[in-house]
Design a protein around this ligand. Sequence first.
Ligand SMILES: *Cc1c(COP(=O)(O)O)cnc(C)c1O
Length: 385
Amino acid sequence: MLISNRVRQLNPYVPGEQPKDRVYVKLNANENPYPPSSAVQKAVLDFVQNHPEKLSLYPDPDSLELHAAIADMLNKSGGVLCRAHVDGGEVQPAPEDKIPFTVTPDMIYTGNGSDEVLSFVFYAFFDSSKKFVMPQFTYSFYPVYAGFYNIPMDQVPLKEDWSLDVDEMLSRAGKNEGGIIFANPNAPTSLGLTRDEVRQMIKRASQDEIFIVDEAYVDFGGESCIPLLAEFKNLVIVRTFSKSLCGAGQRLGYIVANPELVNIVTTVKNSVNHFPIDAVAQVSGTAACRDVPYYVETSRKVAEERDKFYDFLKNKGFYVLKSQTNFLFARHPSIPGGELYKRVKEHGYLIRHFNTPGIEEFVRITIGTAEQMGGLKKIIEEIIK
Ligand SMILES: *Cc1c(COP(=O)(O)O)cnc(C)c1O
């Protein structure tokens, strides 16, 4: 047989559509509506124009400069960009976000988007003989990795208010002994646990099993768990440049964890590809992390626009969850999610609809610029009129 049994059982992730037939306003993949900072554009141009010879050489396998820049950005922002204070180009974390230790470069591991990072994290810390625990509705890539690596999973239903059922997750994790993963804030619900809620949760979980928190959206208003790394040796935090750092196209994701765990993920990565981050991504990522004020401003703009759009949807009779992310998860009382998605698309806007039982009534709307959201408001008013 030409194709392996393994491959015949695969069930790959289906990304938000990227149509080529027509130019849509894309509010369907949680991308950032703003371009990267001009510092990123300059750094990439300079690299390509003035150091083309570096493109024929392998990049730094340890991404040292990039890891130092990421650590520095986290220390300055406290890991939540939209709340950080900027004063004359100097950035300080909001008092409640200040990390009580210095994040060092050896606590960072980077990969080709957090999707790839997550796949190595799954391989490194979950076992095919034990079920790991995750919420029933969370990032829909987790079940794909579970299938890919043949790791059994235990999906715990959300509570009625769409928040995580922490007690049930812990109870099942106690039985399974295979670790826990969830996104915080969660997707597609947009709701987050506070840092203290996560702290209590890890305390009650086994310290011998991995505890993974995916912070893809935390910069838009959640609470980062990076400060908890001082207390727990089994915690891995996954983050990405794709959302708050306006960098989905450069494919850059990372973990923040204690160096021993970073080394384990590095061992997995080096068993597949020892040069995963290309030289241009190292340059653009480093430049992004050095221009924190720009991303503080863009994250804040997105968060403000989100809160305005939340009020708009509420006023129009939608059921909307109180988002800490760059998207809103909402349901209209009479127009089903699939129908709303279709009619919005006819007007040239893409939003996301999941054909997943339990959440088909909802749509997920990525927050764009004020102008884009103004356009969507008009379209929705027209549709529900
Ligand atoms: C977008 C997203 C990712 C993937 O990010 P990439 O770095 O673009 O691969 C990971 N986790 C969650 C929860 C996300 O929403």
